[in-house]
Design a protein around this ligand. Structure first.
Ligand code: ADP
Ligand code: MG
Length: 252
């Protein structure tokens, strides 16, 4: 076979190389290397303060990066010339606290970015918002205010809003941590559906059972480094590092 016909290794959808992040003198990411393939679902676990949220926030430059490189969908996020708004169109993010705009209806929340960024007319954006609400099972709430929704419903709207720009990547930072237990399942179901559709996702989660079920890979972070990573069955079933064992003994 000639060299030209050899398929190149699949390019990573997200490539993190030697990522460092400090807040003042506090270095909270100490050289993170992670490659995530298209369609891969990666769950990030680890103790509070280990840098999970900071890692996620560096992926779409919600934080200034102190060192290393982050390449997302072919964009070098660390390049000062990169149009960060363009990058963020490729990356949807869902937070623990839903951050919906209270003075807007559910549909208006979802329509906001496509209309503001002139990706759609109002009519097109509304049509798309209704489709997205169908997808998360909330079409009947289109004209409701966020305040009238349960926590689980708010989070499903937040997911629909994040999907409105058609991102190829979704980031979830403890998307179920603020929910009453009976509402966790409905949000996990939406995330599960996205995984089935082939969405590339990075999820910081405390739901170990869910990480086991949905993750192609689990990353255990501790004190600003990736301590251990692997397929869920290996990481949960046969952890190699003492710190991983200790953490899992507390949460499983
Ligand atoms: P995790 O999500 O794993 O709980 P974080 O990424 O939120 O951890 O935080 C990691 C460390 O970075 C913590 O020590 C936290 O106090 C610190 N940190 C996070 N954000 C900021 C910030 N904006 N300013 C200063 N320190 C921060
Ligand atoms: Mg966090």
């Amino acid at each position: 076979m000639s060299e030209a016909t050899v398929a190149s290794p699949r390019e990573a959808k997200i490539a993190v190389k030697g990522l460092r992040k400090s807040f003042g003198h506090n270095e909270v990411l100490k050289g993170i290397d992670v490659d995530i393939a298209e369609g891969e679902v990666v769950c990030v676990i680890g103790p509070s303060g280990s840098g999970k949220s900071t890692l996620l926030r560096c992926l779409n430059k919600l934080e200034e990066i102190s060192g290393g490189h982050v390449i997302v969908d072919g964009f070098d996020v660390t390049d000062p010339k990169v149009d960060i708004n363009e990058v963020r169109r490729h990356v949807g993010m869902v937070f623990q606290h839903f951050n919906l705009f209270p003075h807007m209806t559910v549909a208006e929340n979802i329509m906001l970015a496509p209309v503001e960024l002139k990706k759609a007319t109002k009519a097109e954006a509304r049509e798309q918002a209704l489709k997205l609400l169908d997808r998360v099972g909330l079409r009947e709430k289109a004209d409701a205010r966020p305040a009238s929704l349960s926590g689980g419903q708010k989070q499903r709207v937040a997911i629909a809003r994040a999907l409105a720009m058609n991102p190829g990547i979704m980031l979830f930072d403890e998307a179920t941590s603020a929910l009453d237990p009976e509402m966790v399942g409905e949000v996990l179901q939406v995330i599960r559906d996205l995984a089935k559709e082939g969405m590339t996702m990075v999820l910081v989660t405390h739901e170990m059972g869910f990480a086991k079920e949905i993750g192609d890979r689990v990353i255990f972070m501790d004190a600003g480094v990736v301590c251990e990573s692997g397929p869920p069955a290996e990481l949960f079933g046969n952890p190699q590092q003492d710190r991983t064992k200790e953490f899992l003994s507390k949460v499983l």
